[in-house]
Design a binder for this molecule. Sequence first.
Ligand code: PLP
Length: 328
Amino acid sequence: MENMEFKLKKLSKAEIGTFPTPIHRLYKMENKLNYRPIYIKRDDLTGIGPGGNKIRSLEFILGDAIKKGKNIIIGSGPIQSNLCTLAAASCSKLGLKCILVHSGDEPRNCTGNVLLNKILNVKTHFIGNVTKEERNKYVNDLYRKLQMEGKAPYIIENGASVGLGAIGYVNASIEIIKQCREHDFSIKNVFVPGGNGGVAAGLIFGNALLGMPFKINIISVEDEKEELSKNIENIIREIEVIMDMPFDYEVEKACNIIDDYRGGGWGQNTIESAQEVFEFPKEEGIFIENVYNSKTVVGMIDMISKSKVDGGVCFLHTGGFGSLFAQF
Ligand SMILES: *Cc1c(COP(=O)(O)O)cnc(C)c1O
């Protein structure tokens, strides 16, 4: 652990969030499922904007941008992208300029993350319904244009789900184990959503180098197991280079990737996940959104009910609160 902490300390980091995020029990869920202990790790409370996992990633990505003397940050994604809003809010705090590029048309109703972006007064390009590749091309063109004007732009790639962003979750794995030791939490299974695989890759890497104290269960919200596994592997290769530490495991042996709860893929509800958006807050007073965390909670509850896990369980809540307001 000391070696990992030493390597992490050498990386440039913008201190934007509030850490450690709390871990606490979900007593009502424990009673309902007759299973204990069940914990929640509150990465929905990372301290900037509506919070969420991307703040951990942005600390390292924006730290890198600042170190390189960059001062215009370009974020891109779909209209309700959590990354875009959290990037804009973080740039406000750090005094950096931020530009957002959205695939999609400017919505007539300013809801969810779009409203937050408007309040932040961030310059936003709506470029219509284009593919991810076309959006990336637009971003690259914008980058070159700004460079030509003598400015210092910096692109946040792939919704921050890249090696440097995933470092935030290598860091989080150390944070969780320290909290377990300090507070006597008994956590064996961690449940997290898997989109592009950044959160997953960081946790898997950190957990493996810590000697596998946890079993990392990744609930895919988008792709089939093979595809998500490949994406995670690619990000882990980037982490290896950044940390200068080898990862000598097969991804699928170092974690448990589950693709049974993703329904039609990204943003496509299942009947159960649509219900869970209402069930979970009613029991726990904590809101979950409909793309990532509802499917993760459904998967976790189902696996507990079917006795597919043993020992203490922890749901890592990745936030996304801003998008919830545009999902109904
Ligand atoms: C981006 C995001 C994730 C996870 O994304 P990965 O690409 O798998 O790292 C999970 N939850 C929320 C709310 C997000 O915004």
